[in-house]
Design a protein around this ligand. Structure first.
Ligand SMILES: Nc1nc2c(c(=O)[nH]1)N[C@H]1C(S)=C(S)[C@@H](COP(=O)(O)OP(=O)(O)OC[C@H]3O[C@@H](n4cnc5c(=O)[nH]c(N)nc54)[C@H](O)[C@@H]3O)OC1N2
Ligand SMILES: Nc1nc2c(c(=O)[nH]1)N[C@H]1C(S)=C(S)[C@@H](COP(=O)(O)OP(=O)(O)OC[C@H]3O[C@@H](n4cnc5c(=O)[nH]c(N)nc54)[C@H](O)[C@@H]3O)O[C@H]1N2
Ligand code: SF4
Ligand SMILES: [Mo]
Length: 751
């Protein structure tokens, strides 16, 4: 009846499409998201959101959503019951373990930008199976920087970030923040800097990116020459005496041995002959970095490029010698509830390595670029069974063709998914997860110091299907079916009904009687408190608060939380009462107190990197920068622009009438190659070839072509766009096994 349409209430949630997790409010009618806006009450994002967030309904509602467990039969999937799925998968896993041992198992994904409770349980399941082969997206973008960060801080997992909002000079180095965000309220930040005559934005990017367009200074360096620019900047600082000697003496160890690495480096020659930049401009940028309240946000233009490890290292050297570490508006260690990852020191002999490539993990994570190889070889300890959850390797990870072969060779593949993704389609079993709009979850990306922000997203939608479950609950089911959970007393289940403090008391008594089970406390919590709360994820969040560090608990006390046993319950109730998120802790002590080095100094000396820095001479670099004759151009495989949301948004309608799967080419290259805007061209790499529409763009640098990330989508059975990962070989990677997506050799011809 007209006029009687009930207007849905606005519910508080957050975006799950990038690590910013901006607060969103959603209006829901008939269990569908009908309107979305930024949530002004979210203290971190303050109403900010981008067009991806505004398109979130496409994530929740689309034709690919899964509704019940599926099993591969011949070349298609058939519906099966949960009982059958859990029984068959667990039986197969136990049989594989019996026959081939723990190294046959790998687990991939689970985390991502929507929620992290699933990965917590997934890692437990993997460890019950006896394996440490965890593969994740982190190890295809950040291995270099996380490894290096680990050395400097004395422990992996202590990731550093630029405090961009408090800086006067912001350097965007290989970061296209206007489009990719990667900082809270990025566009507002860039606008604020433009308005303020005391502040400036400097962009270091070969391309006239959307961010470069808004910069005070744009250093459009020749692609891949960041190493020379960094060496030159450090040399200039030393020549000018701009280094902060007092800071170095107080907070840095190892500088005396590092300084000689830059002796005699011909800064001007490097800048002019290698980077193709104006020396005076580089000199001025270096001065601004050294002499103003500066910070540098580097991103995939550095991380997925040549020399990534030494470049990340030299960025830290630059920050440390200019005193821009652990200070307001500089590079900081953010406060955390739990570290971003574990400490996996490859120097320790007990650290697992992969069988084929002898590769080590960084922060507990192995690199996806080599997984196909680790499956496709004939060693008896090759990987034979894989659980993939909350990730989409067939579209996201390099060398799609190798991945296809690898999935076909697995003895068991299980996907935990919300959608019938390109990866799920290849799996033996697909288990339907509740979507992030239907669950309680958190990512814990706080990104600030000393205040720690926390938001537990609450469900805004009823489950689409009664058969879908929390990802963490699925992991728990599998663990139980394989007999990894002991018989638990009824009183633990009952205590949860009486509140969290009562539960903690009961749990304390249980562990005292059964100290052997302390190790699997998260599983026990998930099982018993999870059943009382009706949500495994909620129970796991309580678990995080329980196991938080002393620094966190002191920080929480500083925010006024009680310091006794009731702290957890008080805090959890506060979390529930603040669906928009809240600041939970104010860390005590200065930012240096986060360091895990014995002397609380930045351990800047990383000896393994001395030789590669020395070897990066002007002559060597000029030689190595040459492209092969048959592949003279650089393919930038995967821009993270406005029309891309990794592979989360499946319905192509969200990009209707936008050019989201073209190849960007400069005017100069187009006229040289006879390419016409809107017409097709063929691009060939060492991996394969593809035909794609040409887009002549002022944003493209000469000598480079660009294909956005996210093509190769199969939506509702139909394929859309070129999957750029089909054009990448797994061997297009560096020594840390990071794919060099920003430098794939290619050639382009008109058709
Ligand atoms: N060539 C190229 N490739 C790239 C990049 C590039 O620049 N170039 N960029 C890379 C980068 S930086 C990253 S971070 C990655 C990311 O790669 P992935 O980690 O693979 O992430 P997504 O592609 O976003 O895949 C997320 C998957 O999770 C599923 N999902 C959504 N919600 C849920 C849920 O609630 N539960 C479960 N279980 N699943 C869910 C989605 O349907 C989707 O299939 O890929 C990258 N791949
Ligand atoms: N809209 C949107 N935003 C996203 C995502 C998305 O899918 N869509 N995904 C998110 C994820 S997972 C990630 S990791 C981030 C990535 O965020 P960004 O790293 O900002 O994304 P990219 O598009 O890879 O931008 C890299 C920039 O590096 C430049 N570059 C290329 N080669 C070189 C070089 O040799 N030297 C230098 N100095 N620069 C170079 C490129 O021209 C480009 O502008 O984005 C996140 N945000
Ligand atoms: S995709 Fe946009 S709205 Fe969503 S979290 Fe990232 S910046 Fe915020
Ligand atoms: Mo990423």
């Amino acid at each position: 009846m007209k006029g009687a349409i009930e207007v849905g209430e606005w519910k508080k949630s957050s975006c799950v499409l990038c690590a910013q997790n901006c607060g969103l409010e959603m209006q829901v009618e008939d269990n569908r998201i009908v309107k979305v806006r930024g949530d002004k009450d979210n203290p971190r994002s303050q109403g900010y959101c981008c067009r991806k967030g505004l398109s979130i309904a496409h994530y929740a509602h689309n034709a690919d959503r899964l509704q019940y467990p599926l099993k591969k039969v011949g070349d298609h999937h058939e519906r099966i019951s949960w009982e059958q799925a859990i029984e068959e998968i667990s039986a197969k896993m136990l049989a594989i373990k019996e026959q081939h041992g723990a190294k046959a198992f790998a687990y991939m994904g689970g985390g991502g930008t929507g929620g992290q409770m699933e990965v917590g349980m997934g890692l437990r399941l993997l460890s019950f199976l006896g394996s440490r082969y965890y593969y994740s997206a982190l190890a295809q973008e950040f291995s270099n920087v996380f490894w290096m960060d680990g050395r400097v801080a004395g422990r992996q997992g202590l990731v550093t970030l630029p405090d961009v909002h408090n800086a006067d000079t912001l350097v965007a180095w290989g970061w296209n923040g206007w489009e990719s965000h990667q900082e809270p309220r990025t566009r507002e930040l860039i606008k604020d800097i433009r308005k303020d005559p005391q502040r400036r934005l400097i962009v270091i990017d070969p391309r006239f990116s959307e961010t470069a367009q808004r910069a005070d200074i744009h250093l459009a360096l020749r692609p891949g020459t960041d190493t020379m620019l960094l060496k030159a900047m450090i040399r200039i600082i030393l020549d000018q005496g701009w280094e902060d000697r007092a800071f170095i003496a107080a907070h840095v160890s190892g500088w005396d041995e590092i300084e000689p690495l830059f002796a005699d480096f011909e800064a001007r020659r490097a800048v002019e002959e290698v980077c193709d930049l104006d020396y005076d401009q580089v000199f001025e940028v270096t001065r601004l970095i050294a002499q103003t309240k500066s910070c540098i946000h580097e991103d995939l233009g550095i991380y997925m490029n040549r020399n990534a490890t030494i470049n990340c290292y030299m960025l830290h050297i630059l920050r440390a010698i200019t005193g821009r570490f652990c200070v307001e508006g500089g590079q900081i260690y953010p406060a955390f509830l739990y570290p971003m990852g574990s400490n996996s020191d490859e120097r320790k002999p007990k650290t697992w390595r992969t069988v084929k490539h002898n590769m080590f993990p960084v922060m507990g994570s192995f690199p996806p670029a080599i997984l196909p190889d680790e499956i496709l070889h004939d060693h008896p300890e090759r990987i034979r069974a894989l659980i993939v959850s909350a990730c989409n390797p067939l579209r996201s990870y390099p060398d799609t063709l190798a991945y296809e072969k690898a999935f076909a060779a697995l003895e068991l593949s299980v996907s935990i998914e919300v959608a019938y993704s390109e990866t799920a389609r290849l799996c033996d079993y697909i288990l339907p997860s509740l979507s992030y709009m239907e669950t309680y979850d958190t990512t814990c990306f706080s990104f600030s110091y000393p205040d720690f922000f926390f938001q537990m997203r609450q469900p805004v939608l009823e489950p689409l299907s009664e058969e879908s479950r929390e990802g963490a609950a699925i992991m728990l089911e599998l663990a139980k079916a394989m007999g990894f959970l002991p018989e638990l007393p009824e009183y633990l289940y009952e205590a949860g009904q009486k509140g969290i403090t009562a539960y903690l008391e009961a749990m304390g008594a249980f562990i005292q009687e059964n100290p052997q089970h302390a190790r699997i406390m998260p599983m026990i919590l998930a099982e018993t408190l999870g059943s009382a709360l009706g949500s495994v994820n909620q129970a796991l969040i309580v678990g995080l608060l329980i196991s938080s560090s002393r620094a966190f608990k002191e920080g929480a006390a500083a925010m006024g939380y009680p310091t006794d046993m009731s702290m957890i319950e008080t805090m959890f109730n506060d979390i529930l009462a603040h669906p928009q998120g809240l600041y939970l802790a104010r860390f005590q002590g200065d930012n240096f107190s986060m360091l895990r080095t014995e002397d609380k100094k930045l351990a800047l000396k990383i000896e393994e990197l001395f030789a590669p820095i020395k070897d990066a001479t002007i002559e060597n670099e000029l030689e190595e920068l040459k492209m092969p004759d048959d592949y003279p151009l650089i393919l930038h495989s995967g821009l993270h622009v406005d029309t891309v949301a990794n592979t989360y948004l499946r319905n192509p309608a969200w990009n209707k009438s936008r050019r989201w799967n073209t190849m960007l080419v400069s005017e100069a290259d187009a006229s040289r190659l006879g390419l016409v805007d809107g017409k097709m061209a063929r691009i060939t790499t060492r991996a394969s070839a593809a035909e794609i529409e040409v887009e002549i763009s002022p944003r493209a640098a000469e000598g480079c072509v660009y294909i956005r990330h996210g093509g190769g989508l199969i939506y509702d059975g139909k394929k859309y766009g070129v999957n750029v990962n089909e054009l990448v070989l797994s061997t297009d990677r560096d020594e840390m096994c990071t794919p060099m997506h920003r430098r794939i050799p290619c050639r382009v011809e008109k058709i």
